[in-house]
Ligand binder design. Structure first.
Ligand code: NAP
Length: 304
């Protein structure tokens, strides 16, 4: 694979940034990668494990001369980070991010950026419940989608270059507008996470079923909820606070469907339940056929 950018800066060195670094290394996609993280401890760990070619002590130092700057911090701090680095960006550089929400990031970051940089927000639809500099791995984005949400003023060549980088890191790339992105993600990721958090919370509340029983007898369904509910609390707090509208819309619909199923159970309407579950089973088959999961009993998840 060919090198796409000469100098890349990763701001934030957690799961996504570290996976990007290892994926860029694997593909020989960047000349030099500089990284910055807020805490001295994370920077120290990064140096220890060889995460990034250079680990900088300030974000400003990391972005100077960079052809591509990727904000890999929680959604709630993207604006503040953009404000800090904006005066030091190289003319013609591309600024991107990996935030799980797009409209709020566009609104928080965009106004800080000078006109001579290209702003192309992105979101890799890949992750695990782990976080921090040690959690990344080169294969994270393989055969997963990355959605690009280019600013209307971004040059097509700049978008094409960022697309090539993500494809080089193994991703399938598509473009979408920010509002649509947030609605799609509310359905496919944000609402399901909230439901998982709730279900694990409910199990925890049920004092008639002890914690040890919940753990001992958890079949795949609940076990999967606990995996999702172990995701990073900062990240998910920021996702819900910044994708409020779409998430509330989907949760409203979810509640209506839940009531309908509840009613079917109470009234013994087996036909409703059977038809509903037949329909949902077809959706699962569609996901497998699209190559986005496997039908292995553990959902094919790699144990990291
Ligand atoms: P992570 O592993 O928790 O890493 C976050 C990084 O951001 C850390 O290096 C942290 O530095 C830094 N950071 C936190 N607050 C900061 C601040 N105020 N100023 C500067 N740096 C700060 O997170 P992640 O999972 O890689 O997520 C990063 C972004 O990717 C988020 O926007 C998230 O929405 C998005 N995303 C996540 C997933 C996923 O499944 N995890 C998937 C797709 C997209 P310290 O280590 O020094 O605290």
């Amino acid at each position: 694979m060919a090198q796409t950018y000469d100098k890349v800066a990763l701001i934030g060195l957690g799961l996504i940034a570290s996976s990007m670094f290892w994926a860029m290394k694997r593909g020989g996609l960047a000349g030099q990668v500089r990284g910055y993280a807020r805490s001295a401890q994370t920077r120290e760990t990064a140096r220890e494990i060889g995460l990034c070619d250079v680990v900088c002590d300030t974000a400003v130092e990391a972005v100077q001369d960079a052809d591509l700057v990727v904000l890999c911090v929680p959604v709630g701090v993207m604006g503040a980070v953009a404000q800090e680095i904006a005066p030091f960006l190289k003319a013609g550089a591309t600024v991107s991010d990996v935030g799980s929400v797009k409209k709020a990031v566009v609104e928080a970051v965009g106004p800080h950026l000078p006109e001579n940089v290209e702003f192309i927000p992105a979101h890799p639809l890949a992750g695990t419940e782990h976080s921090g500099p040690r959690s990344g791995f080169a294969e994270l984005f393989d055969n997963r989608f990355t959605l690009l949400v280019p600013d209307e003023n971004a040059k097509p060549e700049a978008t094409a270059k960022l697309r090539a980088l993500w494809e080089g890191m193994g991703a399938n790339v598509e473009e979408m507008d920010a509002e649509h992105h947030d609605l799609v993600l509310a359905v496919t990721s944000h609402a399901p996470h909230l439901i998982a958090y709730t279900m694990v919370g409910v199990a925890d509340d049920l004092s008639r079923v002890t914690d040890s029983e919940v753990i001992k007898y958890s079949a795949a369904g609940f076990r999967d909820f606990t995996r999702i509910a172990a995701s990073d609390p900062t990240m998910w707090r920021d996702v819900f606070l910044n994708n409020k509208e779409a998430t509330l819309e989907i949760l409203g619909r979810f509640t209506e469907e839940l009531f309908a199923l509840q009613r079917a159970i109470r009234t013994g309407d087996g036909e409703h339940l059977f038809d509903y579950f037949t329909h949902t089973r077809a959706i699962r088959r569609g996901i497998i056929e699209a190559g986005q999961d496997t039908d292995a009993p553990d959902f094919g998840r790699v144990k990291k």
